[in-house]
Design a protein around this ligand. Structure first.
Ligand SMILES: NC(=O)c1ccc[n+]([C@@H]2O[C@H](COP(=O)([O-])OP(=O)(O)OC[C@H]3O[C@@H](n4cnc5c(N)ncnc54)[C@H](OP(=O)(O)O)[C@@H]3O)[C@@H](O)[C@H]2O)c1
Length: 228
């Protein structure tokens, strides 16, 4: 957007303590549901809405679809393609977090729980596992899991260091969300290299919306709509 000389404001939820610097103005914090977002679009005379949230941010994508419908502001969702297993991968696909917990099994294991910090509590139902968590910021409150090792790091990650991380911690299984894209895929290549099983959580269902698979496609949509 900045490179194309288009004026834009980037919205963060405010989950990360010090987000990366951005070449466009940034605002931070929730809008107050779909209604709040619709109000923001009107007040700030927003002409186009780009939902570039993570594929698992289902609430925000739903709010964006509802606010676009209510205000008539054209919406596009940037949706990078989901990861697919290839030869040598040992994936167990599961529909949600609850099934991922089940899929970790009864036998105590050392698990790389690569799902961020928001949905850790359900894994307390399997306290026999040791969990390796990789988080952007150190947690401010105590974690709901009894046996945890923390790795504080921000992506993108590469295969060699993810392989070394898994070897260093004696990892036997990976639990991941199917985020897609290149920034977090190294752990899957590392798992394949090490012959480790992956419990892969499918994406949540989102409301219908026009989608683009890359930022370039979003820009093309904008230019077409603006007639420039
Ligand atoms: N879920 C993940 O695995 C994941 C991974 C990496 C990054 N993220 C990013 O982290 C943010 C929060 O994710 P989530 O899963 O908690 O979202 P969510 O469950 O879909 O959204 C919960 C609430 O957070 C606020 N929110 C979310 N994204 C926002 C944004 N970009 N700008 C302003 N407010 C936002 C909204 O509050 P109001 O209703 O008050 O507007 C929304 O209702 C998202 O922007 C997402 O792209 C998520």
């Amino acid at each position: 957007m900045a490179g194309a000389g288009l004026s834009a404001v980037l919205s963060y939820a405010g989950r990360v303590e010090s987000p990366r610097a951005q070449p466009v103005p940034v605002r931070t914090g929730g809008f107050g549901g779909a209604e709040g977002l619709a109000g923001y679009l009107r007040t700030h005379r927003i002409s186009h809405l780009i939902d570039a949230t993570h594929p698992f941010a289902a609430q925000m994508s739903t709010n964006a679809a509802l606010a676009a419908q209510e205000t008539g502001v054209p919406l596009i969702r940037l949706e990078r393609p989901a990861w697919r297993p290839g030869p040598g991968d040992a994936w167990t696909p599961v529909p949600d977090i609850a099934e991922a917990v089940q899929a970790t099994g009864e036998t105590p294991r050392r698990i790389f729980l690569a799902i961020g910090r928001q949905h850790l509590a359900p894994f307390a139902a399997r306290p026999q596992h040791h969990y390796l968590l990789r988080l952007v910021d150190p947690p401010v409150s105590s974690l709901p899991l009894p046996q945890v090792t923390l790795e504080i790091a921000r992506g993108p990650f590469d295969t060699a260091s993810d392989r070394a991380l898994m070897q260093r911690h004696g990892i036997q299984m990976i639990v991941a969300k199917n985020a897609g894209g290149a920034g977090a895929s190294a752990k899957l290549t590392a798992a394949r290299d090490l012959g480790l099983p992956v419990v892969m959580i499918d994406r949540p269902r989102l409301p219908e919306a026009p989608t683009a698979a890359s930022p370039e496609d979003v820009l093309a949509w904008l230019h077409a709509d603006l007639g420039v």
